[in-house]
Design a protein around this ligand. Structure first.
Ligand code: P71
Length: 462
């Protein structure tokens, strides 16, 4: 029988080690963000009070994971930890083959180079920055085939991560199935606000792809969290375990890239997995060029051990109930205070709608970037822009992409902050909201060529 999951989202762990936080003055924060060119990626962690920049690599590991770190078999070849991880990936994700990579984009690089030929089109349920860049570097073009609801921050549709099969079919009709090397399917779509696809949609997609001979490659980064939403929201899944749902998802797909820094509760790591023997052979061959030998792929043995244990912990109902419960608690508080946030509340973050928060700031003055800077100034809370800066420029026109979603992401690290921290975050956001009329946009004064949001610099428009 399944262990009882309490109605509240109380944490299924107790705290054994703590890390002290620093607090700064408003003057110090104003100086820090100015020096950082109003880009939260360029601020220093020592100046941050509550770090909501990302849920990537920021989780707290368990005592069992730390114990696993001591079991690191730091051999160049054939580390024991590789075989432990292989067994866990095979059991929980079910793919036949895998190669470790240093993180998700390492896996994306391998997969894109192996599967994409110049001139190919790669449909996906919304872009992710690094994923799309690797597709483009391999000569491909990303095509968005997510349902329209995903682009509407106010739509309460429960499966905004779904693929619009008609959009996919239109692309396939236009370019031909042989120019579509695979469809890229992301669980709990990050850029849409952490929104899941449904099993029904995946089954339909699977049927379509089988009949057109197009593989489905999963971005498994937050797919365990997607499995939890299927359990919560989809008919027939309430009594299925997270592990069973995860396996069902993976069994309907042909392989995956994974940033283990999210779902898998580790500070570094990733992998590429697949069922096809030939694709695997190529991945094993390429991984030695970019990452390291195929039994460590850029990771230490201890990192692979921590990942194996993290996957076991992340696939429990207790973990997901607390994880998603905490994010929902914050989201509901913000919503009750009248803050415009993306609906439904996703699994890894609250996304504030900067277009509604700062309606007076034009999108080319980067409202989400400006708002992220204000949250930092207000209380040392570090968040991330996910809007016009992240979307970058259209390679053909050179213009800003001006995406429909102009968001600030308040990302919640797993097992790190408490309910009181969630309350402080709400208070801070509300205080900024009260003075929103006085907030101005930004001007970009330095723009890097690739993934500009990481290092771009801005000045405040007076
Ligand atoms: C996140 C990140 C980390 C990040 C990456 C790029 C810009 C800003 C922040 C990383 C993901 C992800 C998905 C769905 C692949 C990666 C790359 N997310 N797919 O959300 O969310 O993985 O960072 O391990 O290379 O803060 P990697």
């Amino acid at each position: 029988m399944e262990a009882e999951v309490k109605r509240t989202w109380a944490e299924p762990y107790k705290i054994k080690v703590v890390e002290l936080l620093t607090m700064t003055t408003r003057e110090e924060r104003e100086a820090a963000i100015r020096e950082a060119g109003y880009n939260t990626f360029l601020t220093r962690s020592k100046d941050v009070y509550i770090d909501l920049l990302t849920d990537s690599g920021t989780s707290a590991m368990s005592d069992k994971q730390w114990a696993g770190m001591m079991l690191g078999d730091e051999a160049y070849a054939g580390s024991e930890n590789f075989y432990h991880l292989e067994a866990v990936i095979n059991e929980y994700y079910g793919y036949k083959h895998f190669v470790p990579t240093h993180q998700g984009r390492g896996a994306e690089n391998l997969m894109s180079q192996i599967l994409i030929k110049p001139g190919d089109h790669i449909p996906g349920n919304m872009y992710f920055t690094t994923t799309r860049l690797h597709q483009e570097l391999a000569g491909g073009t990303f095509v968005d085939v997510i349902v329209d609801e995903a682009h509407d921050p106010d739509s309460a549709y429960p499966f905004k991560g779904n693929v619009d099969i008609d959009k996919l079919d239109r692309l396939v009709q236009k370019v031909g199935a042989d120019r579509v090397p695979y469809i890229s399917l992301e669980g709990n779509v990050n850029m849409a606000g952490g929104q899941p696809f449904s099993m029904a949609n995946l089954k339909e997609l699977h049927g379509y792809c089988c009949s057109h001979d197009i593989p489905i490659m999963l971005d498994a980064t937050r797919t365990i969290e997607n499995a939890w939403f299927i359990r919560e929201r989809e008919d027939g899944y309430a009594h299925r375990s997270v592990r069973e749902i995860l396996r069902e998802i993976c069994d309907l797909t042909d392989g995956c890239t994974m940033s283990a820094k999210k779902d898998a509760l580790v500070n570094i790591g990733g992998f590429f997995a697949c069922n096809d023997d030939e694709v695997f052979r190529k991945a094993q061959n390429l991984v030695v060029v970019y990452e390291g030998l195929h039994t460590y792929g850029g990771l230490a043995g201890r990192d692979m051990e921590a990942m194996a244990q993290g996957i076991r912990e992340a696939t429990t109902e207790e973990h997901q109930a607390a994880r998603i419960g905490q994010v929902r608690y914050l989201g509901e508080q913000l919503r009750n205070a009248g803050i415009p946030i993306v609906s439904p509340i996703g699994s890894h973050a609250i996304f504030i709608d900067a277009k509604q928060f700062l309606p007076h700031v034009d999108q080319d003055e980067y409202p989400a970037q400006a708002l992220a800077a204000e949250f930092f100034i207000e209380s040392g809370i570090r968040t991330m822009e996910r809007g016009n800066v992240s979307a970058g420029r259209d390679p053909e026109t050179g213009e800003n992409r001006r995406p429909p979603l102009e968001l600030v992401r308040l990302t919640i690290p797993r097992r790190v902050y408490t309910q009181a921290h969630m309350d402080v975050i709400t208070e801070s956001v509300v205080d900024v909201y009260k003075r929103r009329d006085q907030i101005h946009g930004l001007k970009m004064v330095y723009e890097p060529e690739y993934l500009r949001f990481f290092q771009a610099r801005f000045e405040q428009i007076p």
